[in-house]
Design a protein around this ligand. Structure first.
Ligand code: GDP
Ligand code: CA
Length: 320
């Protein structure tokens, strides 16, 4: 049995998780647990949104909108139009009708006393996902973006409304210091044969997971190797605005700099090995010098087969 634990954000995390499922399907009795960032979660128009959880849920279920890159395939926006007419919610944030069904179900269960972990379990039960999803924590931990001009925005407003164009000085997760990992997270890491860090945004997707007290400790204590996959290809972020996030925390947008930011496990960091894109092969020496084993591999997740090939390289690097 190969027990794989993945740390992941939303859309990049979803593509990677599809690759994990596919790569493991070829092995006997595989078990994959994906620990998902919940730092993007928010309350809007009375419902709880969990963007990264839903991105992975919809992708694994095969009901995601692959054209648009988020939300449900074939969704409509009737309720959203009505909310806008009321001046409710955020005019720049669309809630699809089918998507709202998910949010209402989730909110109802939360109101009835279910924990976020139990809610994710119930959402997962609808489709044969083949991968177990866990929120990083049951605590409500927002991501706030502190701007250079002193303003303090919810991550979702900064990202979706302003498209990350306002200069951030800092990212904060208020409440994270008193959070604990969701039930099953530390146990899954302890029992894993390999831990994979998806090529998700290192600052606002993987960052909040690592900030939950106990997660770093669990990773450090794990007997499994920890293998990361670079979200940077050819010195650029593939999609989105992760470069702005990296710049705000003083990390260059390069495969070597992100590896150094995560750090070598031997010196108190996270990684045993780091998958570097073929385009960034010359970064391998710097990764090695940082005490992390570089593995050069194609890293474009253009389809499920490509993602599965990346996962296969990562498993091979881990020796499982
Ligand atoms: P979000 O939560 O929806 O923003 O998604 P994630 O944080 O999970 O993923 C966003 C990151 O995925 C971006 O920083 C991209 O650089 C990275 N990414 C997207 N597509 C690819 C790809 O095909 N290959 C690699 N290596 N990284 C990718
Ligand atoms: Ca996200």
């Amino acid at each position: 049995m190969t027990r794989v634990v993945v740390l992941a954000g939303g859309v990049g995390g979803a593509k990677f998780t599809l690759g994990v499922r596919e790569a493991l399907a070829r092995r006997g009795a595989p078990e994959a647990t994906v620990v998902v960032n919940t730092g993007d979660d928010l309350w809007l128009s009375g419902v709880r949104l969990q963007p990264d959880i839903d991105s992975i849920l919809y992708a694994l279920a095969g009901v995601n909108d692959t054209q648009r890159g988020w939300g449900r395939q074939g969704d409509t926006e009737r309720v959203n139009e009505e909310l806008q007419a009321w001046g409710a919610g955020w005019p720049w944030f669309t809630l699809g009708d089918l998507d709202l069904g998910t949010h209402l179900a989730r909110t109802g269960w939360l109101r009835d006393g279910a924990t976020p972990t139990q809610v994710v379990e119930r959402l997962s039960a609808r489709w044969p996902l083949g991968v177990r999803m866990l929120p990083m924590t049951d605590a409500e931990v927002d991501t706030r973006v502190l701007l250079e001009d002193g303003r303090d925005l919810h991550f979702q407003e900064w990202w979706t409304r302003y498209r990350a164009t306002l200069a951030p000085s800092r990212f904060d997760n208020p409440g994270v210091a008193s959070a604990v990992p969701a039930p099953g997270v530390a146990e899954a890491i302890a029992a894993a044969d390999v831990v994979l860090i998806a090529p998700s945004n290192p600052v606002v997707s993987i960052g909040p997971i690592l900030r939950v007290p106990g997660v770093r400790e669990a990773l450090a204590a794990a007997s499994a190797p920890v293998v990361g996959v670079s979200p940077i290809i050819g010195g650029r972020v593939v999609r989105g605005m992760a470069d702005v996030c990296l710049a705000a925390i003083g990390v260059e947008t390069s495969a070597a700099a992100v590896a150094a930011h995560y750090g070598a496990r031997a010196t108190g960091g996270l990684l045993d090995a780091w998958l570097v894109a073929t385009e960034d092969a010359d970064a391998a020496a710097a990764v090695e010098a940082a005490g992390i084993r570089p593995v050069v591999s194609p890293l474009w997740m253009s389809d499920v087969a490509a993602s599965a090939a990346i996962v296969a390289s990562a498993l091979e690097a881990a020796g499982v």
